[in-house]
Design a protein around this ligand. Structure first.
Ligand SMILES: [Fe+2]
Length: 297
């Protein structure tokens, strides 16, 4: 996921067919050989997966299922207070299990009848154009591992909690699913890497970290906020700016810290009118004009 991808652990396929995930020394699971072996095995499932085949089941420990149960319970409480109505409606429709980690195949089967979206397993970083491009076809690339059990409320990488609780609940809502598809179509349409980066920054500041005015208060719809136990308590105190494509496309962010600059949509309709309409029509020229400040919305 664009610069988010910088903190995916690198994955390499070995000559003997095995797959190795290179965790940084600062990763909470670095010294846990059992966890690392499981990470390698889970990454191998994605590396060896072929589109159209069912997603192979990942093996999780009882301890990991309990982590999911703990986080999903705690986040559900916070979502009632901080998540937008459309996200909550998606979560209700999807009905994710709360007592165990759902397999990605199961998430796909819950999601497809609702909005047509299906999950694809990802070992780690997916090239930008592929990650976004397949959204246009209703596919979402997702990691399958879960964070290390020693720090249940922290992960340096996007794990299955982020991918499923953060994204699948939004993808279960028709209006958000339509926005994800439009982002994918935009990523396919643009040609230059610069234009693609602009499209992905708008994605980052909306579908990953977007906030919205709702009934007189600020609520979140971005998957990055809604899957983070700490960040969800902090977003109302961040630097909140108007929803502006040109500014979003020019704003730098640091993936290793809480996102401190956020962009507020005034309503779901406002998000669709500004961001949805942008993704629906943008091309290299219109993005270059936006960047030059010739056209500002
Ligand atoms: Fe994400």
């Amino acid at each position: 996921m664009f610069e988010e991808a910088q903190y995916f652990a690198p994955v390499s396929a070995q000559d003997d067919g095995s797959v190795v995930v290179e965790l940084a020394t600062s990763h909470p699971g670095f010294a846990d050989q059992v966890y690392r072996a499981r990470r390698n095995a889970i990454a191998a499932l994605a590396v060896n997966h072929r589109p159209g085949e069912p997603i192979p089941a990942a093996e999780y420990t009882e301890q990991e299922h309990r982590i999911w149960s703990l986080i999903s319970h705690e986040l559900a409480i916070k979502h009632r207070k901080y998540a937008t109505a459309e996200y909550l409606e998606g979560a209700l429709r999807l009905g994710l299990p709360t007592d165990r980690i759902p397999q990605l195949q199961e998430v796909s089967e819950l999601l497809e009848p609702l909005t047509g979206f299906r999950y694809l397993p990802a070992a780690g970083l997916v090239p930008l154009r592929d990650f976004y491009g397949v959204l246009a076809d209703g596919y979402f690339h997702s990691t399958q591992y879960i964070r290390h059990h020693s720090v249940p409320f922290y992960t340096p990488e996007p794990d299955v909690v982020h991918e499923v609780i953060g994204h699948a609940n939004a993808l279960a809502n028709d209006r958000f699913a339509a926005l994800y598809r439009l982002a994918g179509a935009a990523a396919r349409r643009v040609e230059s890497e610069e234009a693609l980066e602009f499209v992905s920054k708008v994605f980052w500041f909306t579908l990953e970290f977007g906030v919205m005015a709702e009934s007189g208060e600020l609520r979140a719809y971005g998957a990055g906020i809604l899957s983070s136990y700490g960040e969800i308590e902090e977003f109302r105190g961040m630097d909140i700016r108007p929803l502006d494509l040109r500014v979003m496309g020019a704003t730098q962010y640091d993936i290793t810290k809480y996102q401190d600059v956020l962009f507020r949509a005034e309503s779901m309709r406002h998000l669709e009118d500004v961001v949805g309409a942008f993704w629906e029509t943008c091309d290299d020229d219109s993005i270059a004009e936006l960047q030059a400040g010739v056209i500002s919305r």
